[in-house]
Design a protein around this ligand. Structure first.
Ligand SMILES: Nc1ncnc2c1ncn2[C@@H]1O[C@H](COP(=O)(O)OP(=O)(O)OP(=O)(O)O)[C@@H](O)[C@H]1O
Ligand SMILES: [Mg+2]
Length: 333
């Protein structure tokens, strides 16, 4: 288009500009080397100064989508025929620019999707390493210690039966503790209470473990596909962990609702709050946003210093999967 414009109007150079947000970005130029390197801010009344002999707005369905600009060799002016051609081109360029913009938006969404997928994979790797560490430092050490104690009890059996007995009694308690730890680890992968009884029961059980009162309100909730329930569950746990770590809150309220085909949640605390313009997402909030985005949902965080924090999220309900019998798709424990 830049070439047709330049050649048809006898211009020294022509540029096609695309409006992206509040900026006009140079998209194409003829000759190609004349492509400006920087974009320009769009002004209240439309085009900024494009330093050209003629600059024309490009609209489509009433929306400003970009501009065409051309520069004649110095001392030359546009003839009426050349100006006419340029105006005709600008009038017909709307659809072309809309397509270019759609393609760019699509590419940007793709890039975001790629980045979020990479973050999910990295988070999964990190989670796997955490589990490995927990098994190594926890259950594995406990079992090694137990094996040593049993061996000792065996060797003491003849010489000091009373001591051997005490050792065996100790091992019984420790076996129970190791089992409990392993169960907790397994729940960390996919909580069995969530699989069996759903969000309300699983969240109430977790709410009892945090060091402040949590009210879980989930009236009218039914069962949802595993991936939606798990996403909402883990997001709420991370939000509650953040409350425990940073908010110094006196209480938190968790609310879950099903509205307009979406499963939505809100975790509100009355704690310290934070400046959302200054504090960027850490692994926790970014992981929540990625988890929800992967299911077509979204996350919103509202907070200000001294005013508590509200973390809201929603995921569209996959109705077909939601209608399946509750056992379908759930992991076998
Ligand atoms: N409920 C809250 N009250 C006060 N500050 C919060 C709250 N939730 C989050 N924040 C602030 O937002 C920041 C980012 O939270 P995020 O969960 O993303 O990362 P993190 O908790 O710092 O690290 P990670 O979750 O990886 O352990 C926190 O460091 C904290 O400053
Ligand atoms: Mg966190």
């Amino acid at each position: 288009m830049a070439r047709i414009l330049a050649e048809g109007s006898g211009a020294r150079s022509a540029v096609v500009w695309l409006k992206v947000g509040a900026e006009l970005r140079p998209e194409a130029a003829w000759p190609m080397d004349d492509l400006p390197t920087e974009g320009l801010a769009v002004t209240a009344d439309g085009l900024p100064d494009l330093e050209a002999t003629l600059a024309l707005q490009v609209h489509h369905r009433g929306e400003l989508l970009g501009a065409l600009s051309l520069t004649k060799p110095s001392g030359e002016r546009l003839t009426p025929a050349e100006e006419h051609l340029a105006k005709d081109l600008a009038a017909g360029a709307g659809l072309v620019l809309r397509n270019v913009r759609l393609t760019e938006e699509l590419l940007q969404r793709l890039e975001e999707l790629r980045a979020s997928r990479a973050r999910i994979v990295a988070a999964q790797d990190q989670e796997r390493r955490r589990l490995e560490r927990n098994i190594h430092d926890g259950a594995q050490q406990q079992l090694v210690a137990l094996a040593v104690k049993i061996r000792l009890a065996n060797s003491l059996e003849a010489r000091d039966p009373a001591k051997a007995n005490t050792l065996l009694e100790q091992t019984e308690t420790e076996v129970a503790r190791a089992l409990e730890d392993l169960r907790d680890l397994a729940r960390g992968i996919y909580p069995s209470l969530l699989a069996d009884q759903g969000l309300l029961a699983a969240l109430q059980a977790q709410a009892r473990k945090v060091p402040f009162p949590v009210n879980v309100d989930a009236d009218g909730l039914r069962r949802y596909p595993q991936e939606q329930e798990a996403a909402v569950y883990f997001c709420i746990l991370e939000a509650l962990q953040n409350v425990a770590k940073y908010a110094m809150a006196s209480k938190a309220v968790v609310q879950l609702t099903e509205t307009g085909g979406h499963l939505t949640f809100e975790v509100q605390d009355d704690g310290a709050g934070f400046d959302t313009t200054e504090t960027s997402y850490g692994t926790g909030l970014q992981g929540m946003a990625d988890r929800l985005a992967a299911l077509g949902g979204e996350l919103r965080v509202t907070s200000a210093p001294g005013e508590g924090t509200i973390v809201e999220g929603s995921v569209p309900i996959n109705e077909l999967a939601a209608m399946a019998p509750p056992e379908a798709g759930l992991p076998q424990s």
